[in-house]
Design a protein around this ligand. Structure first.
Ligand code: GLC
Length: 498
């Protein structure tokens, strides 16, 4: 691949993006190009300044997160976070026994899973899972079509249950349903879909109990199963991690989207002080914060604001848009487009493909950041293959710096969010958090696959808590906690318990 020398286009004058961008997507910047790649330096310097997250900024974010959590616990619909009650007050103890199923729906794929639990000694004796992708047309079809498809795949999976899995004779199969869309939970095994997100536009589901939708579909498929828990992916992750470690108090998903949940004392939840939703025995409850909706005190840039305005949900999910996998590549693309439009970063004009929203993905920017070669060959290949950009070595270095600036901000803000939750737990409830070992269970592809992100997150936690206290806070990657977690919650809420 030939690299475009920066000097060759120095000083050239052009109206940018004429070829590349259809009218709606044209960059507002009409540039007089000057300088070579070096001309991008002031944009980079300004970007770094705006995205900077020194300790005072992290503190403000952590404090604002704690304040928004309190506000959300006080009342629904105010300035605070959604703080959705999960009604999960029975956590797995390790003593669970028997065969349980889980269904995990949160994106364009869903997973079905079975697990044989052997109690305190046997723990997870055996497990099996299957991933199924949802045909595109079902994402825009009817509720019956979608749930019938899911139930039929589940039925086929159940049919393949081998002798290694043993259901107690008098029991019906029980299943935990992880459903990672905004749900108004009405009990541990029921909840009303508020709206579809993540590209789904299925008719007739919003306003309905999603467990009833699944039950009806299972009945139509002749599948004799019982949903005993409906949970968000964060809640399932917390339950799954807690099964192995009693010190787990918080769970965070950092993937396409982001969210966090934690264990709260029910007597510090003002909005729970009305009629008690379940048996009244609740002392603790997992709260789904929906922290993606957080927006206070964040160091945002014109690129974030433009991306938000162009999104399907402007003004919503600002924290999610700043720190989660769906958006990091897109923020970087917008910055590179501005650089390509106003400087000679990629030659005389911005490459056509760079004008298309979401062409650059977070896995792309992650792969570029892993390139340690002297000539940044991988960076050059990705720029060429993905956005059609010819790049000089100095252009590639600039691109890596942009990726790093956006990922550093994201990781450090996620760390500040975690500390905000821990701070709230320490100050308001009876949980002793900082004085003992406390585990934060992390899951999601972004956290799992992006080493720099993980490091920036950990650095922020250490800076905020100081070297001594941060030793007690363990940020732990729990792979596939949510699949097993949903099955464990099905077991913990089994109709046959006791
Ligand atoms: C989105 C959903 C939330 C989910 C998160 C992670 O933010 O609203 O419920 O937990 O994505 O999957």
């Amino acid at each position: 691949m030939s690299a475009v020398g920066a000097g060759t286009v120095a000083g050239s004058l052009s109206v940018v993006c004429r070829r590349g961008c259809p009218p709606g997507r044209r960059s507002p910047v009409v540039a007089v190009r000057s300088g070579g790649v070096a001309a991008a330096a002031p944009i980079l310097t300004q970007l770094r300044g705006k995205c900077a997250t020194p300790l005072p900024v992290l503190r403000r974010v952590a404090d604002a997160m704690a304040a928004d959590i309190r506000a959300g616990l006080a009342a629904d619909g105010g300035d605070g976070l959604p703080m959705i009650l999960s009604y999960v007050d029975t956590l797995p103890t390790g003593g669970e026994k028997g065969l349980f199923y889980a269904l995990d729906l949160g994106g364009t794929n869903f997973r079905v899973l079975r697990v044989q639990l052997g109690g305190k000694d046997g723990r997870v004796i055996d497990t099996e899972f299957q991933q199924v992708s949802i045909p595109q047309e079902l994402m825009f079809g009817t509720t019956e079509e979608l749930f019938d498809f899911i139930a039929s795949e589940l039925a086929r999976f159940v049919e393949k249950e081998g002798d290694r899995f043993q259901l107690r004779q008098e029991m019906k199969r029980e299943i935990g349903f992880t459903f990672s869309f905004p749900v108004k939970q009405t009990s541990v095994d029921s909840g009303i879909l508020i709206k579809w997100t993540k590209g789904f536009a299925v008719s007739g589901t919003a306003g309905r109990d999603v467990v009833a939708c699944l039950n009806e579909a299972m009945e139509r498929q002749g599948l004799n199963m019982h949903v005993t828990a409906l949970v968000n992916d964060t809640v399932a992750t917390l339950a799954g991690a807690r099964y192995w470690d009693d010190d787990v108090m918080v769970a965070v998903i950092l993937g396409t989207g982001t969210n966090a949940c934690y264990i709260e004392h029910t007597d510090v939840i003002p909005k729970l002080q009305g009629p008690k939703p379940s048996s009244g025995r609740m002392v603790l409850q997992i709260i789904n914060t929906e922290w993606g909706a957080f927006s206070n005190s964040l160091p945002l840039t014109e690129f974030d604001r433009d991306m938000d305005s162009a999104s399907i949900n402007p003004g919503e999910q600002i924290f999610e848009k700043t720190i989660s996998g769906m958006y990091l590549g897109e923020i970087v693309r917008r910055i590179l487009l501005k650089m390509a439009n106003t400087t000679a970063l990629f030659g005389v004009s911005a490459p056509e493909k760079l004008c298309t929203p979401f062409t650059l993905s977070t896995p792309n920017i992650c792969a570029m950041q892993q390139d340690e070669s002297d000539d940044l060959l991988t960076v050059g290949t990705i720029l060429n293959d993905v956005v059609g950009a010819q790049s000089s070595l100095s252009a590639r270095k600039t691109v890596v710096e942009v990726c790093d600036t956006i990922v550093e901000r994201a990781g450090r803000l996620a760390g500040a969010g975690v500390v905000g939750i821990l701070q709230k737990m320490e100050q308001d409830s009876k949980s002793l958090i900082f004085g003992k070992r406390t585990v934060v269970a992390m899951d999601g592809g972004l956290y799992g696959h992006y080493p720099q992100y993980r490091k920036y997150l950990q650095d922020a936690v250490t800076e905020l808590l100081g070297p001594e206290t941060s030793k007690n806070v363990v940020i732990d990657h729990t792979k596939d906690g949510s699949g097993i977690g949903a099955a464990l919650l099905a077991a913990a809420n089994s109709k046959y318990a006791n």
